[in-house]
Design a protein around this ligand. Structure first.
Ligand SMILES: Nc1ncnc2c1ncn2[C@@H]1O[C@H](COP(=O)(O)OP(=O)(O)OP(=O)(O)O)[C@@H](O)[C@H]1O
Length: 356
């Protein structure tokens, strides 16, 4: 093949040297906290759905935790979204107990009233309710870590879904390996490996029917899109997409750090908000200007702006003809006031002294 037609994805796969469960165990070993000699050993909780990924994770944690001087428990969340969900959750919990995990908690959540993500449909609500329940379980048990079973395939699918939506680098950087006490040790492991690890260990994973329902874009990506890409671009395409996520995540982290420092210099406190210097925004390239605006709104008000909203605020810098305040989500108003763009929840444009 001519060099210009070669792709990273076409790189030959290395032959498998270790059994699948050994790969999963090694990945889990890499994130376990150091066990304490004198005080109680740290607890890690596996977020267990009963599917192949989290089941392999649970088996590996049960094996590795005692060797690392830790304890491993599990939390199963029952979303109550399908008939028999309580039985499915109980079956997963029973398997966790058989594996020797302790404690094993089952938490029932109410998805319909699950807060702000309800607008994103039952899946988004279920996910939010699940993370809240996992957090609560970790607090209750004093767990140092919550292990999630997302795999390299999940990461690759997330990148493709982001590309299909036209997302920016932050979304394309996929899921982080570590966020607070949540850890995703299997992001470097293929889904086929976790399934084989379960089968080798005599464990029968539960197959969520949602994971086969082509009504979901993620299922179509998994079942139809990735196989075509593997055939056409090489068997390493999932790894390549996951690597892209990693590169972007590193860039994003570096960028965010620099932007935070820069923002300190160019922002001033305002009544019920914050003011950004128009001069500083105008002096920077459009891409940086947009990042600053998104970052300030995100960190100050916890609101995530769409690209269109960000561009609208950016026009207050470059294309302002006396137009009034812009309504943003979360009740935030963006107003051009002289040499500042003021973001506030009241529409006030009063700028406060720095030590306020
Ligand atoms: N009902 C649940 N209870 C506890 N944890 C869950 C539950 N559903 C998902 N998780 C956690 O979130 C991770 C990702 O979930 P997702 O729904 O994306 O995949 P999944 O197909 O359910 O994964 P798995 O094969 O582990 O079941 C799971 O691996 C697991 O750690």
């Amino acid at each position: 093949m001519p060099p210009d037609q070669q792709t990273d994805a076409a790189a030959p796969r290395r032959p498998r040297l270790t059994p699948p469960i050994a790969d999963v165990r090694r990945a889990v070993r890499g994130v376990l906290p150091a066990g304490a000699e004198s005080t109680a050993s740290p607890l890690v909780l596996v977020a267990l759905s009963g599917g192949a990924d989290s089941l392999a994770l649970a088996a590996a944690a049960a094996f590795e935790a005692p060797r690392a001087g830790c304890r491993a428990g599990a939390v199963v969340v029952d979303h109550g979204l399908q008939a028999g969900s309580a039985d499915i959750a109980e079956a997963a919990a029973a398997t966790a107990r058989e594996l020797g995990l302790d404690p094993v908690l089952v938490r029932r959540v109410e998805v319909a009233s699950a807060g702000p993500a309800s607008a994103g449909g039952p899946e988004a609500s279920a996910r939010d309710a699940r993370y809240a329940a996992l957090d609560a379980a970790a607090l209750e048990t004093g767990a140092a870590l919550v292990l999630l079973g997302h795999t390299l395939d999940d990461q690759a699918e997330t990148v493709l879904l982001g590309l299909a939506r036209g997302s920016g680098a932050a979304s394309l950087s996929g899921m982080p390996a570590r966020a607070g006490r949540n850890a995703r040790p299997l992001l470097g492991i293929r889904r086929a490996t976790t399934r084989q690890a379960c089968l080798d260990a005599g464990l029968t994973p539960w197959d969520d029917p949602h994971n086969l329902d082509p009504a979901y874009a993620r299922v179509r990506v998994r079942e139809r899109v990735l196989p075509v890409l593997e055939t056409e671009l090489g068997p390493g395409i999932a790894e390549a997409l996951a690597r892209t996520a990693e590169h972007l995540r590193e860039d994003e982290a570096a960028f965010s750090e620099q932007i935070e420092e820069f923002i300190e210099e160019i922002c001033e406190p305002a009544e019920a908000g914050i003011a950004i210097s128009v001069g500083a925004l105008a002096a920077n390239p459009a891409a940086l200007r947009q990042r600053i605006i998104r970052h300030v709104v995100g960190s100050e008000f916890g609101v995530s702006l769409s690209r269109a909203q960000t561009l609208e605020v950016a026009r207050l810098v470059t294309d302002w003809h006396g137009q009034g305040p812009i309504d943003l989500p979360g009740g935030v108003l963006a107003t051009r006031a002289g040499r500042h763009v003021v973001l506030s929840t009241t529409g006030s444009t009063e700028i406060l002294p720095h030590d306020h």
